[in-house]
Ligand binder design. Structure first.
Ligand SMILES: [Zn+2]
Length: 194
């Protein structure tokens, strides 16, 4: 897996694209937390659940069904709390959750990702895997070649995600400018006709 600090960067990159709809910083924070949620399945190691099991690491919690269901439940709860549109929240939370497995599938270690669990427990990697896998646990991480791990994440996660976020911010600003201009022109058009 990529490190716990790199998964949330994807939520940061996606947020500006939906900012008008999602509005509140709290939604961004929840999205960032959801990007790391799938890795709670590592408690399975302590419980004796085998890696390759349906409930093992990179199993059901890393699947698209999990992203849809958990993203939907989170969207309903947050939509009610902040009076936002649940469909847009669902899309954002789904993308945050699903991004976790996609990034894991770009790493070169461990077993693959059970994207289609619970219907199939087959594990998948992408053919191209530029991300170095991070050790689980802080002590193992610090004992590993962590600087190489962080360098690969900077290049393949942070930079693309921040570029995506910057593009979203620019697109949002342009959309607002177009909307403001349209609103400014409309009253004159109406008065000309009158
Ligand atoms: Zn993971």
């Amino acid at each position: 897996m990529p490190t716990v600090i790199s998964h949330p960067v994807v939520a940061l990159g996606l947020f500006p694209w939906l900012r008008r709809e999602l509005g509140r910083p709290a939604v961004l924070v929840i999205g960032m937390l959801l990007t790391v949620l799938p890795d709670l399945d590592i408690v399975g190691f302590k419980l004796g659940i085998p890696y390759g099991h349906l409930l093992g690491h990179r199993g059901l919690s890393h699947s698209l069904v999990f992203a849809l269901v958990v993203g939907g439940l989170a969207a309903l709860a947050v939509a009610r709390a902040y009076r936002l549109r649940p469909a847009v929240l669902w899309l954002y939370f789904f993308l945050c959750l699903a991004s976790h497995g996609l990034l894991d599938a770009l790493t070169g270690g461990g077993l693959g990702i059970a994207f289609f669990s619970p219907f199939s427990n087959e594990r998948y990697f992408f053919d191209v895997r530029p991300l170095r896998v991070s050790a689980i646990g802080l002590s193992d991480f610090l004992a590993s070649r962590w600087s190489a791990v962080l360098a690969s994440e900077l290049k393949w996660v942070w930079l693309p995600a921040l570029a995506l976020g910057a593009a979203g911010a620019v697109a949002g600003r342009l959309a607002r400018r177009v909307a403001d201009r349209a609103q400014g022109v409309a009253p004159e058009g109406i008065s000309d006709r009158q």
